[in-house]
Design a protein around this ligand. Structure first.
Ligand code: XMP
Length: 319
């Protein structure tokens, strides 16, 4: 029988054997998989691990701070934080097509990561949070068995110029096992059991062209929604929940004045496998509270809608 503690011991031994006294680089995203790899490798090889955390300006509210707090300050992991928000936003300027936006974000990530990696001397290994379903998915897409609907950049985005050997300690594990490892390694529960967040981040939750103004509004709206889901005990009853920024102007009346302001859509789903999903039947009182807070607290938003579409056909993300 495998327990999380045994898997950790086993992987620590394997990593030490593979790496020896050499150095490992890891792209830390703040997601569960790369976080667990960071904690595991830190335990195995300490300062021989350097993490690069790319802040693309499309993260959730306070996410960058939380990553630095947990890993750098709390655990003593070597983390380089790159503020790449201006670069990502300038590359995205004028682009409204969802798949083109995904490509830009993915390519810019590789570019930034590559540049940071080149500054670190003596790195021989690249660690990745590849888990078993990723292995299956990328194998299937290579043989053409799976129809690749969206360009995910989690697997296989390794720049060819970086001749690094891969370290993938989670390759044989399923998500629930990875989470158990995370808890065992002492990562915060909220980090380990957080809803999934797409690689392109808020980039695919701002419909059409991405702008800093939109991202800032969306971050605030999303934080309010998530906070109220937690307060109402609904966060863990949903599989994924988030706000979406709609770049349309809808009318709001304040006193005698008509204001044309942005619209925020709320999406919350229940799903087992993310291939099909049912919209979450959130209580009206909860929706009312979230709506009131978003409209009262965020300048520029005067309308909130709730998405009552199931997948299929409506994907979980709006783009
Ligand atoms: P959809 O929107 O296709 O989403 O129903 C299914 C799951 O995949 C996530 N998703 C992505 N994850 N890069 C990612 O890493 C992407 O481009 C991407 N698009 C969707 C989505 O958040 C949901 O969990």
């Amino acid at each position: 029988l495998w327990t999380p503690a045994q898997i950790i011991e086993d992987q620590i031994e394997r990593v030490r054997e593979q790496v020896g006294d050499r150095h490992v680089l890891l792209g830390l995203s703040g997601g569960v998989d790369s976080s667990v790899v960071a904690a595991l490798l830190h335990k195995a090889i300490g300062d021989q691990l350097t993490c690069v955390f790319v802040d693309n300006g499309l993260l959730r509210k306070d996410e960058g701070e939380q990553v630095m707090e947990t890993f750098a300050r709390h655990m003593g992991v070597k983390v380089i934080r790159v503020n790449a928000e201006p670069l990502f936003l300038s590359k995205l300027e004028g682009e409204a097509d969802p798949e083109a936006k995904r490509k830009i974000i993915g390519n810019t990530f590789i570019e930034v990561f590559d540049e940071e990696a080149a500054k670190i001397e003596g790195v021989d290994f690249l660690a990745q949070g590849t888990i078993y379903p990723d292995v299956i998915e990328s194998a299937a897409s290579k043989t053409g068995k799976a129809h690749v609907i969206k360009s995910h950049h989690n697997v296989g985005g390794l720049p060819e110029t970086m001749k690094l050997t891969l370290v993938e300690p989670l390759r044989e594990l399923f998500k629930d096992e990875v989470r158990k490892l995370g808890v065992e390694l002492g990562l915060p529960y909220d980090m380990v059991y957080r809803h999934p967040f797409p690689g392109p981040g808020l980039g695919v939750r701002i419909l059409g062209e991405v702008k800093k103004e939109y991202a800032d509004i969306l971050r605030e709206a999303d934080a309010i929604f998530i906070e109220e889901l937690h307060n109402a005990g609904w966060y863990h009853k949903t599989s994924q929940a988030f706000a979406v920024f709609l770049p349309v102007r809808s009318v709001g009346v304040v006193g005698d004045a008509r204001r044309y302001e942005w619209v925020i859509a709320l999406r919350a789903v229940e799903t087992i496998d993310f291939m099909t999903a049912r919209w979450a039947h959130l209580p009206y009182e909860l929706l009312e509270k979230v709506s009131n807070r978003i409209i009262n607290e965020i300048t520029g938003v005067s309308r909130v809608t709730y998405d009552v579409s199931s997948k299929p056909p409506a994907t979980i993300e709006w783009e």
